[in-house]
Design a protein around this ligand. Structure first.
Ligand code: SF4
Length: 328
C-alpha cells in the first residue's frame, strides 16, 4: 500500500470515521424479521418474492434457514407455505394474483413505501395526474407505479425529464417520490417542477424516508474529512448507491461501494491517512465490522464515530405474523 508513516507494529496509522446512523433501518429489520418469524412459525420453505432486501449476505443467510427466493409468483408451486413480498413493495397485481391462487401472502413492504402508495391513490382519486420521481426499473418504482392503472403515473428520473414533461393539465398535478433518492438531486427536480407547474401538489411530509435522510447527512459530515469513503452495500441497493454519490459530491475524491471485505481492491487505496465508513440501509453491521478488521490487519486503526442523528423508529411485524406472535 506504500503508506509512509508507521505506527505500532510497523503498520501505518489510519483514522476511521464511522458514520452514524448507518446500516439497517426499521423497514429492513421488519422485513428480515418477517422471514425469520415465518420460518419459525411455519417451518421451511418460506417463499420470498424478490430479494427481501438488497443484500447478498442477508439473502444467503435466509436461504440457509429455508427461505426460497423467486422473482415472480408463477415460480411458486401450489403450496400452503407463506409467501412474503419484499420491503420494496409490489404492484397491486401481485397480491391479486396471490389471492386468486389462495397463497398465504405476507406483505413485508416497508410502511414508509406503503405511505407513498396511499398518497398516489389519494391523488388519483382526486383526479390528479401523478409524477413519480425515481429510478426506472427499481422494484419500489415498479410497485408504486403498479398501484394505479397504466398512464396514471409518469416517471421522472432527471432534471431533463422534468424540463421536458408535458402534463395533461398543469392545474391537476401532484408528485410523489421513491423513498431512497438523493435529497439534493430530488430537491433540484422539485424546484424545477414547482417553477413550471406552481399548482403541483407536494407530499404532506417528504417521501424520502428518515433512514435515507439521516444516512446521507452523516456521509456529508464525514466525506470532506477523509481520503476514501467506503459504502458497505449492494450495487442494486438504491440508497447505497446514493450514499456513494453524496460522498463524492461532499468532497471525497474516492468513494467506493463494497459488498464485503473480500471485495476491497487494496491496490486502489494508495497512501491514505483517513477513511470514512458507512453502510446502506440493507447492509448488516457484521459486514462493517469485517471491513474494520480488514483495515486493522494493515493499519494501526483509531475509530471515531460521527453522528448526524439518533434513530428509534420501530415497525411492528406484518399482520398475519403479529397475530400468530400474540397468540403464542
Ligand atoms: S430505506 Fe426507508 S423506505 Fe426503505 S425500508 Fe428502510 S425505512 Fe423503509
Amino acid at each position: 500500500m506504500g503508506a509512509e508513516n508507521t505506527g505500532e507494529n510497523g503498520k501505518p496509522p489510519l483514522t476511521v470515521l464511522l458514520c452514524s446512523p448507518r446500516g439497517f433501518c426499521a423497514g429492513v429489520v421488519r422485513a428480515i424479521d418477517s422471514v425469520e418469524q415465518a420460518l419459525k412459525r411455519h417451518g421451511p420453505p418460506v417463499y420470498v418474492r424478490h430479494e427481501i432486501v438488497h443484500n447478498r449476505y442477508v439473502v444467503e443467510s435466509l436461504k440457509a434457514k429455508g427461505a426460497v427466493f423467486v422473482e415472480e409468483l408463477d415460480e411458486i408451486p401450489a403450496t400452503s407455505a407463506p409467501v412474503i413480498f419484499s420491503a420494496h413493495g409490489v404492484p397491486k397485481s401481485v397480491p391479486e394474483a396471490a389471492g386468486r391462487r389462495n397463497l398465504f401472502a405476507l406483505d413485508a413492504t416497508c410502511p414508509l413505501v406503503t405511505k407513498v402508495h396511499r398518497e398516489a391513490e389519494i391523488h388519483h382519486r382526486r383526479g390528479r395526474e401523478i409524477v413519480l420521481i425515481g429510478h426506472r426499473g427499481h422494484p419500489e418504482v415498479i410497485g408504486t407505479m403498479g398501484q394505479l392503472p397504466p398512464g396514471a403515473v409518469t416517471l421522472i428520473e432527471t432534471l431533463a425529464d422534468a424540463a421536458a414533461f408535458t402534463p395533461r393539465d398543469p392545474a391537476t398535478l401532484a408528485y410523489v417520490t421513491q423513498t431512497t433518492l438523493s435529497l439534493d438531486d430530488t430537491a433540484e427536480i422539485v424546484v424545477l417542477l414547482k417553477q413550471r407547474f406552481p399548482a403541483i401538489v407536494a407530499p404532506h411530509k417528504e417521501d424520502i424516508c428518515y433512514a435515507t435522510t439521516n444516512r446521507q447527512e452523516a456521509v456529508k459530515r464525514v466525506a470532506p474529512r477523509v481520503d476514501v469513503m467506503i459504502v458497505v452495500g449492494a450495487p442494486n441497493s438504491s440508497n447505497s448507491q446514493r450514499l456513494k454519490e453524496v460522498a463524492e459530491r461532499a468532497g471525497c475524491r474516492h468513494a467506493v461501494l463494497v459488498q464485503r471485505a473480500d471485495d476491497i481492491d487494496w491496490a486502489r487505496f494508495g497512501v491514505i491517512n483517513s477513511l470514512g465508513i458507512t453502510a446502506g440501509a440493507s447492509a448488516p453491521e457484521v459486514l462493517v465490522e469485517e471491513i474494520i478488521v480488514a483495515f486493522a490487519n494493515r493499519y494501526t486503526v483509531s475509530v471515531e464515530t460521527v453522528a448526524a442523528a439518533e434513530e428509534d423508529v420501530f415497525f411492528p411485524l406484518p399482520r398475519g405474523l403479529r397475530e400468530t406472535t400474540a397468540a403464542e
